[in-house]
Design a protein around this ligand. Structure first.
Ligand code: PEP
Ligand code: MN
Length: 337
């Protein structure tokens, strides 16, 4: 951290700032320039930079080290590769997850999964506990939904991911699912994140509706610092002023995250756009930009879906898209499965 003093700051004020920083547990280095005195503060302690900005004589405080450590490439330079049911995310691998928004019935999941398995999809998605904006909308089948998902996945040799909403649900999820999904609305549910740090199953962490990339990485840091190193990040669109799509897919988040973090980052083009016809182009864009995977909503009968039908692909459209994505991955020397 660099503390730049005002040019008018007296020696007395500089000394007081130095003392304050030292008391907080930092080593200090002072550099007296022609106009400004700059104090360098080195240490691993956490400090609110506003506490220093408010001191007399301080012009500005510049943070130079990142607040996340374990998820950063400084700590681990090589890509983390997460493998689930033979599907790899990261390190040149593009993992595919597909399935309905929510589990509605055995027949619906079975009909969808059968078609996905035929395409070669090995990880099935499906919400059993749904975080709906309206309390009157379909809230999911709960444990019954997880059971259906597991049963169908086992039938087709697939793994499953589903969204966990509360700490108390974790034991139930450990029984039925292979990847625990944290939804956008829970990205900063710090109690949940801490508890997910204690488990030993991969966590799919979605970016919050209005979260910055740094906030996403800090949330991942909560999980990794608890001891669970298997975190897959997910860009699922952020809320902007643009109403033509449900959210705005932040494609640039992919290379930004990949430069600073070793964790894989996948893209959810379904929630990002909210519209079926935008899913294929955005999936291709994500792969071209270097995404480590995709999670796509597919429903056997989108017209009758209880949730997110408009953004769900027909299985036949998905099959075509999946082939294109595999071909596209090949062009950039990646493997999509
Ligand atoms: C979902 O994947 O079903 C979901 C609710 O997504 P998000 O948390 O990104 O809105
Ligand atoms: Mn959905």
């Amino acid at each position: 951290m660099l503390v730049v003093m005002q040019s008018s700051a007296s020696e007395d004020k500089i000394q007081k700032v130095l003392e304050f920083i030292k008391q907080k547990g930092f080593d200090t280095h002072i550099s007296k320039g022609e106009d400004h005195t700059v104090i360098g503060a080195v240490g691993s302690k956490i400090i609110d930079k506003r506490d220093i900005e408010l001191l007399d004589g301080v012009k500005e405080v510049i943070r130079i080290s990142s607040p996340y450590k374990l998820v950063s490439r400084v700590f681990k330079p090589n890509d983390t590769i997460i493998e689930v049911n033979g599907v790899k995310f990261g390190g040149g691998h593009v993992g595919m997850i597909a399935g309905p928004c929510s589990v509605e019935s055995y027949e619906q999941v079975d009909a969808t999964a059968q078609k996905l398995a035929k395409c070669g999809v090995k990880i099935l998605r499906g919400g059993a506990f749904k975080p709906r904006t309206s309390p009157y909308a379909f809230q999911g089948l709960g444990e019954e939904g997880l059971k259906i998902l597991r049963e169908v996945a086992d039938k087709y040799g697939m793994a499953v991911t589903s969204e966990v909403m509360e700490v108390g649900q974790i034991p139930l999820f450990l029984k039925y699912v292979d990847i625990l999904q944290v939804g956008a609305r829970n990205m900063q549910n710090f109690n949940l994140l801490r508890c997910l740090g204690e488990i030993r199953k991969p966590v799919l962490l979605k970016r919050g509706l209005s979260a910055t990339i740094e906030e996403l990485l800090m949330s991942a840091e909560y999980i990794v610092s608890g001891g669970n190193r298997e975190v897959i990040l997910c860009e699922r669109g952020i809320r902007t002023f643009e109403p033509m799509t449900r959210n705005t897919l932040d494609i640039s988040a992919i290379p930004v995250v990949q430069k600073i973090s070793h964790l894989p980052i996948i893209v959810d083009p379904s929630h990002a756009t909210g519209l079926r016809d935008k899913v294929a182009p955005m999936s291709k864009a994500a792969i071209a930009a270097g995404a480590d995977g995709l999670i796509i909503e597919v429903h056997n009968s989108p017209e009758t879906a209880l949730c997110d039908g408009a953004q769900s692909l027909y299985p036949s459209d998905f099959a075509e898209l999946y082939k294109d994505l595999q071909a596209l991955s090949g062009i950039i020397n990646k493997v999509c499965c």
